[in-house]
Design a protein around this ligand. Structure first.
Ligand code: SAM
Length: 271
């Protein structure tokens, strides 16, 4: 590989470049891209994953924020007709501009840690065009994504992502796989949007609101934290014990609370 490009990793762009060939190979195996598929890589950096993704024969769009990486990426991959580079912010990118077929886009990224949560929410807003997502994230974030009710990791992120997706924690990656090495452990997660939502809410914005309120003070009982939205009788009517704490409730119970809220007169779903 020709690695004589001089690019100094920038902290503000969350640049920790993968250099461990074994880890790169394992990620590519997990993704298992096939010829003709539509892939979208977020933050290709210097192309550690890009090369293997292109070798699969898939069609690859990449979005990179750092201008200085553009010539490097063009030099490496620009002659490949399957490669299409977008310079810009993935948080503002309109995924529909790629004209994907429904449930076709396979999204991949070793994500900058500072944008990982907003980016996942931005992608979920376009879940209809996405087939699956494979991300390298902070290990602690992957544990929250894949959490089950009852523990400290179960919260707003777990619930809102599991509303839309099946979540699989694939494997962990230590700091030594990156240059520069981050201070935290990382992990690979696979998110697969559900074909049919297992627990559809009448209004998912109300679900977001109930979950946000509930976890604002996670040590308090639901009766307390949801006071501004639902009274004790309404919580009971949703089949939920108001004496429980939010982390004890599963997704289905939160959806019942949101639907109870939707049934109230005068409820605004915004805010
Ligand atoms: N994929 C490369 C790798 O594995 O070596 C780079 C990973 S590095 C952790 C994250 C990459 O995302 C960097 O190249 C960074 O410039 C880019 N990036 C940061 N913020 C971004 C944003 N908002 N939109 C698109 N790319 C971004």
């Amino acid at each position: 590989m020709t690695e004589n490009y001089q690019h100094r990793a920038r902290k503000r762009f969350g640049q920790n470049f993968l250099h461990d060939a074994g880890v790169i190979h394992r990620i590519l195996r997990g993704i298992h891209a096939r010829p003709g598929e539509r892939l979208l890589e977020i933050g290709p950096g210097q192309g550690a994953l890009t090369e293997g993704l292109l070798n699969s024969g898939a069609q690859l769009d990449v979005i990179e924020l750092d201008h200085d990486l553009v010539p490097i990426l063009r030099a490496k991959f620009g002659s490949n007709p399957a490669f299409n580079l977008h310079q810009g912010d993935a948080l503002k990118f309109d995924f529909n501009s790629l004209n994907p077929e429904p449930r076709s886009l396979r999204v991949v990224g070793n994500l900058p840690y500072n944008i990982s949560t907003p980016l996942i929410f931005h992608l979920l807003a376009n879940a209809g065009v996405i087939r699956d997502m494979h991300f390298m994230l902070q290990k602690e974030v992957v544990e929250r994504l894949a959490a089950t009710p009852g523990g400290g990791d179960w919260g707003r992120l777990s619930i809102m992502v599991q509303y839309h997706c099946r979540v699989e924690h694939l494997f962990n990656v230590g700091p030594g796989a990156f240059n520069p090495a981050p201070k935290v452990d990382s992990a690979i997660v696979r998110l697969v949007p559900h074909d049919v939502l297992p627990f559809p809410a009448k209004d998912h914005r109300l679900l977001e609101r109930v979950v946000r309120e509930a976890f604002n003070q996670r040590r308090k009982t639901l009766r307390n934290t949801l006071k501004g939205l639902l009274n004790s009788a309404e919580i009971e009517a949703a089949g939920v014990d108001g004496g429980l704490r939010p982390e004890q409730l599963d997704l289905a119970a939160f959806v019942r609370l949101a639907d109870q809220l939707a049934a109230q007169p005068k409820v605004e779903s915004q805010g």
